[in-house]
Design a protein around this ligand. Structure first.
Ligand SMILES: [Zn+2]
Ligand SMILES: [Zn+2]
Ligand SMILES: [Zn+2]
Length: 331
């Protein structure tokens, strides 16, 4: 059973995932991802993965077999696991909790050669529906407080399998990064009685220098203080605290999301990247002060000693230049 432990100074939780237990030698040099080897995510290999939690395939076809266009399932090597009771324990001044949660994989396409940027627009809409449906399902588990949906694309961004996939981790606490954002947003709301993200959207729309892409419902920007080159955020233009479709449709989000990924691919020659979806916690889903968004971070620089020790990031590309390069990609 994995375990959550809390740093008593910062209040930061870490996951000690004993199931993933490794020997020191496993860390000496990062294992190279095998290219072209056996792929558990390709059609025909469904028997090698845990049973599906969600799949899209034509009606009448059997689950956990071929014919699918999208599949979701528990991670075979989960960082947190779903079975058991949530136990909180103290040990002197330390706090720990057993690692209850869920760790799932969403395979967005049966085609091994495609990426989120290159799947069909309709398939991208399905991906967003899958995220939404898994969130809605996991929300029913009262032990869970938050679900983080994220993607590691490319070796340098931490992907261990070549076949494109998204992951989600559902956890019994609200993660620190989200708590920090919630606090900052609430502080702004307390003073101005406005959502800070809505204020940012207004300012970026009128300024334009950091705008990357825009459609009827969404805006993509290079944030004013990005941690890494070409960091890009996608936000709904109308206030919405929790991730979800606008008027029962994900088509405009699919459109801008793929456009931004294509702009990044074109500008940076298919870079490794991570993205996360930040949304309000389950116990406070509808509020006036927090605004859900997607953060995309190309992995172009390494987090090194200074960043680690100081929490400062050094970014060699101003966001105004990054946004300009992306707009000029002509996508
Ligand atoms: Zn594959
Ligand atoms: Zn807002
Ligand atoms: Zn965020």
């Amino acid at each position: 059973m994995p375990e959550l432990r809390k740093d008593p100074i910062l209040g930061r939780w870490v996951i000690i995932s004993v199931e993933r237990g490794k020997r020191p030698t496993d860390f000496v040099s990062p294992a190279q991802r095998k290219k072209g080897g056996f792929c558990p995510f390709c059609p025909g290999n469904e028997y090698t993965t845990p049973a599906e939690t969600l799949a899209f395939r034509p009606e009448g076809m059997k689950p956990n077999a071929g014919g699918w266009t999208l599949r979701a399932m528990p991670n075979k090597f989960p960082a947190l696991q779903i079975a058991g009771d949530l136990l909180r324990q103290g040990e002197g001044l330390y706090d720990r909790m057993n690692g209850i949660g869920a760790h799932e994989v969403i395979i967005e396409t049966p085609d091994h050669s495609l990426s989120l940027a290159t799947i069909e627009p309709k398939a991208m809409e399905d991906v967003l529906w899958a995220y939404y449906m898994r969130l809605a399902d996991l929300k029913k588990d009262t032990r869970l407080k938050y679900v983080l949906i994220f993607k590691n694309e490319g070796d340098a961004a931490g992907a261990t399998l070549e076949h494109t996939h998204t992951q989600l981790i559902a956890m019994p606490i609200v993660p620190r990064t989200v708590r920090d954002e919630l606090k900052g947003a609430r502080d702004h709301y307390d003073i101005r009685e406005r959502c800070i993200f809505c204020d940012i959207i207004r300012q970026e729309l009128s300024d334009g220098r950091r705008a990357v892409s825009e459609n009827e419902n969404y805006l993509a920007i290079a944030p004013f203080a990005p941690r890494s080159p070409f960091e890009t955020w996608i936000l709904p233009k109308t206030h919405a605290s929790a991730f979800g479709p606008i008027r029962q449709s994900f088509s405009s989000l699919a459109g801008i999301f793929q456009r931004v990924l294509k702009q990044l691919d074109k500008t940076l020659d298919v870079p490794p990247y991570n993205f996360v979806i930040h949304t309000s916690p389950f116990n406070d889903e509808n509020n006036e002060y927090y605004h859900w968004h997607i953060e995309i971070m190309p992995k172009l620089t390494k987090i090194a000693g200074f960043e680690w020790g100081s929490g400062f990031y050094i970014n060699p590309i101003p966001p105004e230049d990054a946004a300009k390069f992306m707009r000029e990609a002509g996508i």
